[in-house]
Design a protein around this ligand. Structure first.
Ligand code: ATP
Ligand code: MG
Length: 601
């Protein structure tokens, strides 16, 4: 009988939870209707009461792989929906035809599911694509033109920029701002029909060129782009802009709480302006969604910028998007980081409105916490040195037993063959011991964990003076778990693997990719002209590959199975490179944080 899993920690309160609780208490969204899929006001009103108490969404652009920062957003949006009886929509914000690909769509879906979330709820799939809304977005644009709220601008990009003003200077109206509805409609239809080249015209929302908020100075809603789209092909040559698409997509999907990162705070007035206009025209269902902003994840020792991640991959600093050192979720998975660890991390760092940096050790500690609970223990000798038990019969095998998990005795024990020749860690022997060294040195007695007590009698060296084998004698009545074992008191307790039984495996010792908390940032003492590149801060020891001697059972490890290698850390059987019967192991994280002392910039 296995113990029930520990109860998950109660979700910490945060300002978004408070908003949702207040909205639920006041019934703000209680009367919404939902026709079973995204739709206009008329379609939604013809539907039944919305079974979802709240609707959130996770809206990535399918132009890359998801990273640790996205995990925060995923845990937040899907977690809120789960906790409040709602659903989180998996929406692809795919309105930019040139940068998006099916490969990224597939990668994103896989990552969200790997994190433990799904978009199936109330008997339906809630996977959506903003590109499916192109017909509505176009129709709404025509309605806005008719209402006098949008116009076709024919200025060049430079002219538009020059008239936009700055943070301290208001903008200036476009000479085309006064075009008639008929002329605007005609031009916009001809834009759609493909009569004009890229950049010849744009559709702008007519808001306020004097607004202190630059986002409200007649933002562009549509641009001409003769480009092939990964889903709509060549059906369109005009594409809607992010700000025009995003809020409308939320409203079409009956989203209640639209949660985004802080840089969109200044876009909120535009989000509200547009949705309120379209609702007033009877096009969008009400009550309208509301946008809330939280601070994005910044992690020390990690770069999360898509541009920098692309550079690391394309210039070959790492082996690909799923290199275990990259902060992508495919990389994390290969590394042996777990979905549970990410969910714990998201819970622990919480959600706030102020920008802050989280230390990488917080994420690593969350992985340790989960792996300590989940991973069975195994023995691995990473830097093997031979130990010969000179008074142990050649060819004899004593079967020892080791517990699979000290926290879970119900997981039982496994057999470990003990023989005359064993592998031990090279660092566990010193011919002349330094002060405080309690492991093997001539004359010292230690316990071979789960096995016998031995006394070191000397060592063998090669011509160059390198130690090639250590000698010891064992005490036949000292076997762990037998009545005689307690008679021996030792300070050292070493791990070992039988030479005749060991599995020699490739083990990759991964460490942080960057050796500095803020890669590429200026350091105290840098001369003013000194410019740093983040690549300068790459950790030269971020990967070490060794041939280790592992206990024989590890030969059967399944891809993605995680273990604690005693005294070393948590390791996973690589999901791509592990052949059946010959797994390769990656180190996810060491047992203890070795970076705390090094963290001083
Ligand atoms: P881009 O530069 O391409 O816009 P992005 O990192 O914003 O990159 P998106 O695909 O637009 O990528 O992001 C999807 C969602 O993930 C957005 O809602 C965004 O707010 C959120 N997100 C992205 N980066 C972080 C981060 N570091 N911390 C928290 N949330 C993030
Ligand atoms: Mg973005």
């Amino acid at each position: 009988m296995s113990k029930p899993p520990p109860a998950p920690p109660a979700p910490a309160a945060n300002f978004i939870r408070n908003v949702i609780e207040a909205d639920l208490a006041s019934g703000a969204y209680a009367d919404r209707r939902w026709c079973g899929k995204p739709g206009t006001a008329a379609q939604q009103q013809a539907g039944a009461p919305d079974p979802a108490k709240v609707r959130t969404r996770f809206p990535p652009e399918p132009n890359g792989y998801l990273h640790y920062g996205h995990a925060k957003s995923i845990c937040l949006n899907f977690g809120l929906a789960r906790d409040f009886g709602g659903v989180c929509h998996m929406r692809f914000d795919d309105t930019n035809p040139t940068r998006e690909e099916q490969e990224y769509v597939d990668g994103i879906l896989e990552a969200v599911q790997w994190l433990g979330f799904g978009w199936q709820a109330f008997g339906a799939s809630h996977q959506y694509f903003a590109s499916d809304y192109f017909p509505w977005l176009y129709e709404f644009a025509e309605r806005l033109i008719e209402a006098g709220d949008a116009y076709v601008d024919s200025q060049s990009a430079e002219e538009m920029r020059a008239r936009r003003g700055t943070l301290t200077q208001t903008g200036e109206d476009s000479p085309y701002r006064g075009r008639s509805v008929a002329e605007n409609l005609d031009l916009f239809r001809r834009m759609k029909a493909g009569e004009f080249a890229d950049g010849a015209h744009v559709l702008r929302l007519k808001i306020d060129m004097q607004s202190p908020n630059i986002n409200l100075r007649d933002p562009v809603a549509y641009r001409i782009r003769h480009a092939h789209h990964h889903r709509t092909g060549d059906a369109w040559c005009i594409y809607p802009m992010y700000d025009y698409t995003h809020g409308v997509s939320d409203a079409l999907e009956n989203v209640t709480h639209s949660i985004c990162t802080l840089e969109f705070e200044d876009h909120r007035p535009l989000y509200d302006w547009l949705n309120e206009k379209l609702a007033a025209l009877g096009l969008l269902n009400t009550p309208l969604p509301r946008q809330y902003e939280f601070s994005r994840l910044n992690l020390s020792y990690v770069v999360l910028s898509k541009r920098k991640l692309i550079q690391l991959v394309e210039e070959g600093h790492v082996a690909g998007w799923d290199d275990p050192r990259l902060p992508t979720l495919v990389g994390a998975r290969r590394r042996g980081f777990t979905a549970e660890g990410f969910r714990l991390f998201a819970e622990r760092i919480g959600v706030s409105k102020s920008d802050s940096w989280i230390d990488m050790s917080v994420l690593e500690e969350c992985m340790r916490e989960h792996l300590n609970e989940a991973a069975e223990r195994r023995v691995a000798v990473l830097d093997p040195l031979k130990l010969i038990i000179t008074n142990f019969a050649e060819g004899a095998v004593e079967t020892c037993q080791a517990p699979n998990h000290p926290l879970h005795p119900e997981l039982g024990k496994r057999d470990m063959p003990f023989t005359r020749e064993l592998w031990i860690e090279r660092e566990d022997f010193q011919e002349v011991p330094e002060r405080g060294f309690h492991r093997l040195y001539p004359g010292n007695t230690v316990r071979l964990r789960y096995g016998f007590v031995v006394t070191c009698t000397g060592c063998e060296k090669d011509a160059a003076g390198n130690v090639v084998a250590v000698h010891a004698e064992y005490f036949a009545d000292s076997k762990s778990g037998t009545p005689g074992a307690d008679n021996y008191k030792t300070k050292g307790n070493l791990h070992w693997v039988s030479v005749a039984h060991a599995y020699a495996a490739t083990v990759r010792l991964y460490d942080r990719l960057f050796a500095h908390p803020t890669p590429g940032a200026r350091r105290a003492g840098d001369p003013p002209e000194r410019e740093r590149d983040f690549l300068e801060d790459i950790n030269p020891d971020s990967l070490r590959v060794v041939t280790a001697q592992l206990e024989p059972l590890l030969r059967d490890a399944a891809p993605e199975q995680c273990f604690q290698f005693e005294r070393h850390g948590y390791f996973v059987a690589d999901r791509h490179d592990s052949q059946s019967g010959a797994p390769v192991f990656n180190r996810a994280v060491t047992l203890k944080d070795g970076w705390a002392q090094r963290s001083q910039p």
